[in-house]
Design a protein around this ligand. Structure first.
Ligand code: 48F
Length: 260
């Protein structure tokens, strides 16, 4: 026998339990594209209390659609080991270029990250941050549906020792900090420098170099790294996204291990 009330109660209690468990995090990841998912998997696997907040219904960001909706992605040699680590099948197209089915790749990243212990909240948008002593200490979250409907509803907060801005081209967390805080970002101009036109090779190597702390308490990852530090976009080659997520996680883990 199935009782509707029990089904409803199960969902409410389980969800609120998850949320309650995530009020004070070691690491909070904003954005569930490839960079955020890799970072989240690595941090959760290392035993850090980590949650990821994704605005949309589906997690996976810009990876589902391959290039111009042709659902294949390209990953270069250096990042293939990360596909292998996640169990995503890929095949060589030309020396150094590997392809993967984008639906298989994206769904596998989501699944492996969640199974590693990453708590994923989809349909939740990060709209602001809390700053104390010139350091980000919390995220300010709201239902995406509240934002979409333009409702006047106040948000809630999630405390996090470290935040990773993995919001892609829009670099939303760092934009909000640059707009609202009377302090400079750790970029050459002190502001979000903005992304430049497409240049796959340069963009891919810059992504890794730009994966770093951009404001006290906040790391960049993925396309956000280049958008914040003023480098190029790369198009549908995804190795830099995977490597950037890995680097952001390693650096945040080192800071956490150092007690920061
Ligand atoms: O855009 P996205 O996939 O970022 P990424 O991991 O990868 C970039 C590539 O997809 C592609 C590219 C590759 O070569 O250039 O664009 O850097 O995923 C970013 C996710 O962040 C979510 C957004 O819905 C998307 O799924 N997001 C953006 N702003 C917010 C957010 C926000 N304020 N709160 C929650 N989620």
């Amino acid at each position: 026998m199935l009782e509707e009330v029990t089904i409803t109660r199960a969902i409410i209690r389980r969800y609120l339990g998850k949320l309650d468990q995530s009020l004070e995090l070691d690491a909070a990841i904003v954005g569930g594209g490839p960079a955020g998912l890799v970072a989240g998997k690595k941090l959760a696997q290392a035993g850090y209390k980590t949650a990821l907040f994704e605005r949309k219904l589906s997690v996976g960001g810009g990876m589902w659609g391959g290039g111009m909706m042709l659902n294949e992605i390209v990953v270069q040699q250096e990042a293939r080991r990360i596909l292998e680590e996640f169990g995503v099948p890929s095949s060589e197209f030309a020396p150094g270029y590997y392809t993967a089915d984008s639906v298989l790749a994206t769904s596998t990243l989501c699944s492996v990250a969640a199974k590693a212990g990453l708590t994923i909240f989809n349909l939740v948008s990060v709209e602001d941050v809390v700053i104390r002593a010139q350091r980000v200490t919390s995220l300010v979250i709201n239902w995406s549906a509240v934002q979409m409907a333009g409702l006047h509803v106040d948000p809630l907060t999630i405390k996090a020792r470290w935040v990773i801005d993995a919001t892609g081209h829009d670099s939303e967390v760092l934009h909000v900090i640059a707009r609202k805080v009377d302090a400079e970002l750790l970029t050459a101009s002190g502001k979000v420098m903005g992304e430049r036109s497409l240049w796959a090779e340069q963009a891919e190597s810059d992504t890794l170099a730009n994966t770093r702390e951009a404001f006290p308490g906040v790391y960049t990852a993925g396309m956000c790294a280049n958008a914040v530090f003023g480098s190029y976009r790369m198009g549908p080659v995804f190795g830099g996204m995977l490597l950037s997520g890995e680097k952001a996680a390693a650096e945040v883990a080192a800071r956490l291990a150092a007690g920061e």
